[in-house]
Design a protein around this ligand. Structure first.
Ligand code: ZN
Length: 104
């Protein structure tokens, strides 16, 4: 995993380790829920993970290849950002799932 050049990871070894563990044994998670108090930091992490998903370099994300650049600019053909209504629907669904999980 390449964290170089992504300043939001500075001084946060815990976040780096958590991200590394998601991709351990060459696996890629199907979905990742990002929660945080600082929206801009969450968006940067989402962009990093998106670049990681589409990058074709060996040390992902390289931040330099065409795939990374398109992901950073939200112009990748595989990516479609959610509008505010879709975000609210997703958030509501996640809250229901979280509530159900805590009932058991
Ligand atoms: Zn790349």
């Amino acid at each position: 995993m390449n964290f170089e050049g992504f300043d939001f990871f500075e001084n946060d070894e815990n976040l780096k380790q958590r991200i590394e563990s998601l991709y351990s044994q060459n696996r890629q998670p199907h979905a990742i829920v990002i929660e945080g108090a600082v929206e801009q930091r969450c968006e940067k992490l989402a962009t990093f993970l998106t670049m990681r998903a589409v990058c074709r370099a060996e040390n992902k994300p390289c931040g330099k290849c065409e795939q990374c650049i398109k992901a950073r600019e939200q112009a990748h053909r595989f990516l479609e950002p959610l509008n505010s209504e879709e975000k609210q629907t997703l958030y509501t669904l996640l809250m229901k799932l979280t509530t159900r999980g805590s009932e058991n």
